[in-house]
Design a protein around this ligand. Structure first.
Ligand code: ARG
Length: 274
């Protein structure tokens, strides 16, 4: 617990989201997905609508991208791109099931006035593996985004990139293992990273909130912070308490149906950084 609870400041954000109109689990590309288990698209839609309303209620702006039939994972908009300094680096997906999403995201950025829209040449799953903190980009690899993509991200987005290697297949994207809370503060699950990456994280963020396995397994780290208010799954009760101790306002959301695809609140949210 910090000696004195720091004062946290919210800044209003612009997000891109995709309604789960076509959500289902009919293939498995991560350990959470089980195509033999039924999914409830109507419930996914209700949970997503509530998430969308929550952002708007907090004062954030939410843009929408039209869902494409046959692309059930498109609801996880975080994977579509990484946006920084008005530049959009559109994803190149690891698995063919998601590959067509790239065209849809590229078209959205072009239609919405982005002058610099790049398409990643290497496997790059957008904000699933690229988290901006302060001026730098923390970039995950190990399961999805390739290591070679990190250099490309640094070049095309013009920001220093810190490579972090994920080692637990359940935490296959960086945003399932680490959440950015403020410009100089994060929370993460150390066991999701290899020893080198843990060392890097300890050096960069000595006062990070460390999440235990139970917090991580309910996707507590798939959280969205505006600097003060932190949206996280309502099942992550312990983590919510830790956040409050550190001066944040936890905002619980129920995304249980979307967890069947292996994604939570953050996965559904791509930040359009100015
Ligand atoms: N089913 C999707 C996949 O495996 C889930 C993506 C979750 N997104 C995220 N940003 N972690 O690709």
């Amino acid at each position: 617990m910090p000696r004195q609870t720091p004062e946290r400041t919210a800044t209003l954000r612009r997000y891109l989201m995709c309604r789960p109109t076509h959500f289902t689990v009919d293939y498995a590309i991560n350990p959470w997905m089980d195509p033999t288990q039924p999914t409830d698209t109507a419930l996914a839609l209700r949970q997503w609508e509530r998430l969308h309303r929550t952002y708007r209620g907090l004062g954030h702006t939410v843009e929408l991208i039209e869902p494409v039939p046959g692309l059930p994972d498109m609801v996880y908009a975080a994977n579509g791109a990484t946006v920084l300094g008005g530049r959009a680096l559109v994803a190149s997906f690891r698995y063919p099931e998601r590959a067509p999403e790239s065209d849809a995201y590229q078209a959205w950025f072009r239609a919405h006035g982005y002058r610099e829209v790049h398409r990643a040449a290497h496997v790059n799953e957008g904000e699933g593996d690229h988290l901006v903190v302060g001026g730098r980009v923390l970039a995950g690899t190990g399961f999805r985004t390739s290591r070679a993509a990190h250099a490309e991200t640094a070049r095309l987005l013009g920001a220093p990139v810190v490579t972090l290697t994920l080692v637990d297949p359940r935490f296959y994207h960086l945003d399932t293992a680490l959440a950015v809370l403020a410009d100089d503060h994060v929370m993460y699950h150390p066991e999701a990273f290899d020893a080198d990456s843990r060392r890097v994280l300890r050096t960069l963020f000595p006062d990070a909130i460390l999440a235990d396995r139970a917090d991580a397994e309910v996707f507590g780290l798939n959280a969205v912070s505006d600097g003060r208010r932190v949206l996280l799954p309502e099942s992550a009760k312990h983590l919510a308490g830790r956040l409050a101790e550190h001066g944040y306002e936890p905002v619980p959301v129920d995304v249980s149906e979307l967890l069947k695809g292996g994604g939570g609140a953050k996965c559904c949210t791509l930040e359009l950084r100015p």
